[in-house]
Write a protein that binds this ligand. Structure first.
Ligand SMILES: O=C(O)CCC(=O)C(=O)O
Ligand SMILES: [Fe+2]
Length: 302
């Protein structure tokens, strides 16, 4: 039995041990920061400047204790505009997506599709940039991360009804960073039948990690339920225009078990700066220092 348990655990770990653990992260970040002193200083300056000049604009309260927040429709400026534009983009692209989806359907890891994967966000791009850089949103990210973040990108995810239980349809933690903020903006009403994202807050996650020895990869419903009963799982159902913020590196989560209806949402996320300083260069040219740091982009419009 011991061997069986070990094997099971090993298959879950898959070499992820090196990527986890606070000690390793702190060491890694300290090294990255030492390698990029100018970037580090600029980011510290921007945190202070951004929060001092725009503190009052905060509209999202993302607690470091819980690690997640629900932002109701009508709260954050530009939400409706982004939702309407992305829904139109989806409908324009849907005919070609269905063909792509058919060719991928036999692959077991396919249950959702990034509508912006090949052609980006097209004419919605400028609006989206405005949305993801607005102080009302950015300030909560800065406060949560304690750093001027790096924008890690945006996707427009379509989950057709499916009967799969693979990949991120299973409980897991993301391993992009020791801490990150991921947003899910709902483009349709997402109820149980549409496979809502389901999470555990930080405290409950830590309990599961402690009791199961989880150290990366996927973990079964049964293992999670043995620590936290399903009635305490947070099922993030919500109407169109709901915005969810979640630290998916610190909160166990899954989603996409859309058994009855399709699900459509925009996902965008921010990491701390240290692991990525100036290594990632977005196609978006920066108009100012804020965008340059946020997108780790080159200065200048062209
Ligand atoms: O499909 C979902 O709701 C969760 C996706 C996920 O695991 C992620 O974006 O990190
Ligand atoms: Fe995830």
């Amino acid at each position: 039995m011991g061997g069986e348990l070990k094997d099971k655990k090993r298959s879950r770990l898959k070499g992820s041990k090196d990527k986890r653990g606070w000690g390793r992260w702190l060491e890694f970040k300290a090294r990255r920061r030492a390698l990029h002193p100018v970037d580090f200083a600029l980011r510290k300056f921007m945190v202070a400047k951004q929060l001092l000049s725009n503190g009052a604009a905060d509209q999202i309260s993302l607690s470091r204790k819980e690690g997640w927040a629900r932002i109701e429709p009508g709260t954050l400026p530009l939400t409706k505009e982004v939702v309407d534009s992305c829904v139109s983009l989806f409908h324009r692209r849907k005919p070609e997506l269905e063909a792509v989806f058919d060719t991928r359907a036999s692959k077991s890891d396919t249950y959702f599709y990034d509508v912006a994967a090949e052609q980006g966000f097209g004419e919605v791009s400028d609006l989206l940039i405005e949305y993801v850089t607005q102080p009302a949103l950015l300030n909560s990210v800065i406060r949560y991360l304690g750093d001027f973040p790096i924008f890690q990108g945006a996707s427009l995810y379509w989950t057709p009804p499916n009967s799969k239980a693979v990949s991120s349809q299973l409980w897991h933690l993301d391993n992009l960073d020791s801490r990150q903020v991921k947003f899910f903006l709902y483009l349709n009403d997402i109820d149980k039948g549409a496979g809502p994202t389901t999470i555990l807050p930080i405290g409950a996650t830590q309990e599961v990690v402690k009791r199961t020895g989880y150290d990366g990869g996927k973990i079964s419903d049964e293992e999670v339920a043995a620590c936290v009963p399903p009635e305490n799982w947070i099922v993030l159902e919500g109407p169109k225009e709901t915005l969810i913020a979640c630290d998916t590196s610190s909160c166990l989560h899954f989603g996409g078990r859309a058994r009855e209806r399709e699900r459509l949402f925009v996902m965008f996320h921010y990491s701390t700066s240290a692991p990525f300083a100036f290594e990632k260069r977005w196609k978006v040219p920066a108009r100012n220092l804020r965008e340059r740091l946020l997108f780790a982009a080159s200065p200048g419009r062209h």
